[in-house]
Design a protein around this ligand. Structure first.
Ligand SMILES: Nc1nc2c(c(=O)[nH]1)N[C@H]1C(S)=C(S)[C@@H](COP(=O)(O)O)O[C@H]1N2
Ligand SMILES: [Mo]
Length: 227
């Protein structure tokens, strides 16, 4: 690398310091930097045993192997879900149209079961590939309180008692989409506690934050905290 010859604009230094980095050096630095980023993030996309190499993966948390082995946003523990909240005493309350019904997990399992292949796409900048969810259609749950045909919006509440992601309002078109489920299982296995056991919402084409985990109450026809 040699200094430019002097010209009449006066923009070239009369007394340039010796160069510290050649053009090739600069390109090499950018190239190596890009390569390093690729190496520490590719494991997240590829998954499996390479997941551990994804040093820059969201939260740096490895969800482990198996059917529930995909990205976890908040673990049950981190939001204060206790074992007894999601154990045999857990109940799902379904309200709407002036009616209310309460179901055990076993009763929920006996309702018609449907499958939906959908990803979780978090606004924090990660998404999963499609997961195979199985559960009960939101329209079938609305039907339990007599709102089957024109199922309205629903307000979903979690067992979780603090934090802004513990409740969400779903619009009527989201409720009526046949892919929208109260999921009980994923990829052929029970939901893990971290993915929302005993039941979680799965809706298509919406940010992950709408897929409420550890659901305890569905209020059809509501769009905010019911009084
Ligand atoms: N109760 C509850 N549900 C929740 C959350 C939460 O913090 N609490 N996080 C949401 C967000 S932001 C995302 S991206 C998804 C992530 O689901 P996953 O952890 O099963 O991948 O769950 C959603 N459901
Ligand atoms: Mo998210």
């Amino acid at each position: 690398t040699v200094p430019e010859p002097l010209d009449e604009t006066g923009l070239v230094s009369r007394d340039p310091a010796p160069p510290t980095l050649s053009r090739r050096g600069a390109l090499g630095m950018v190239g190596l930097g890009s390569l390093a980023l690729l190496v520490v993030t590719a494991g997240q996309s590829i998954g499996g045993s390479l997941r551990g190499t994804a040093l820059l993966a969201p939260h740096g948390r490895n969800p482990g192997p198996g059917p529930n082995g995909f990205q976890i946003n908040k673990t049950a523990r981190s939001v204060g879900i206790r074992a007894r909240d999601i154990g045999p005493d857990w109940r799902l309350t379904v309200r709407g149209g002036g009616r209310q019904t309460v179901l055990t997990r076993a009763e929920l399992e006996r309702l018609p079961r449907h499958g939906s292949a959908l990803p979780i796409a978090c606004v924090e900048g990660w998404s999963t590939s499609d997961q195979r969810w199985e559960g009960v259609r939101l329209t079938d749950l609305a039907a339990l309180v007599g709102l089957g045909e024109a199922a309205p919006s629903v307000f979903v509440e979690s067992v979780q008692s603090h934090g802004s992601f513990r409740a969400v309002a779903l619009r009527d078109n989201q409720v009526r989409d046949p892919r929208s489920l109260l999921a009980l299982r994923v990829n052929g296995a029970e939901l893990s506690p971290d993915h929302g056991y005993p039941a979680r919402i799965i809706v298509p084409g919406a940010p992950g934050v709408m897929n409420t985990k550890w659901v305890r109450r569905l209020s059809f026809g509501e769009s905010s905290w019911p009084v």
